[in-house]
Design a binder for this molecule. Structure first.
Ligand code: HEC
Length: 144
């Protein structure tokens, strides 16, 4: 169970970046991060959501969330681990009428605003730019 503990502990830390002080790649152009590559190719949804899917993959949302065939495979799976860090399955997150793109964007920016107990890390504009957040939330809202 040591591996589980390590993974759970690692979940609360920021995603390792390319170096201290290096901002994560946002905006257009190839970034140094390829961590989300496998997730990106497996995410459900059409090409019209390519931008949103990339943001989802690049920000390691699949580390805690299942969405289609991504996430949920390891100890951080969708069933929920002892640490309570695992997020819900997002495969049909848009089916709830309350989950408008606006709500979803707000949740990614500041999960605690909706759920004070949330263990999900907030992603400010330094992590996900406004345009990327719009693409991400449109993508999530389309998952029904
Ligand atoms: C460290 C684990 C973790 C990461 C990384 C993470 N989440 Fe979460 N997420 C959670 C947990 C735990 C919840 C349940 C509590 C809550 O609603 O905030 C949650 C809830 C959510 C919800 C609300 C779902 C619902 O039905 O209420 C959305 C939407 C969401 N996450 C999207 C994302 C997106 C998009 C990313 C990537 C930018 C992400 N999450 C990254 C842990 C995580």
């Amino acid at each position: 169970m040591a591996a589980v503990g390590l993974l759970l502990a690692g979940c609360g830390k920021p995603v390792p970046s390319t170096g201290p002080g290096t901002p994560p790649p946002t905006g257009p152009g190839p970034g140094p991060s390829s961590a989300g590559g496998d997730v990106l190719s497996k995410l459900p949804g059409g090409d019209e959501f390519a931008a949103g899917k990339k943001v989802y993959a690049d920000n390691n949302c699949a580390r805690c969330h299942k969405l289609g065939d991504t996430g949920g495979g390891g100890p951080m799976g969708a069933k929920g681990g002892p640490g309570g860090m695992n997020g819900p399955d997002l495969s049909s997150v848009g089916a709830d009428a309350a989950h408008t793109p606006r709500w979803l964007a707000d949740h990614v920016r500041d999960p605690k605003a909706h759920k004070p107990q949330s263990r999900m890390p907030a992603s400010g504009p330094d992590k996900i730019a406004d345009a990327d957040l719009t693409a991400l939330s449109a993508y999530l809202a389309s998952r029904k």
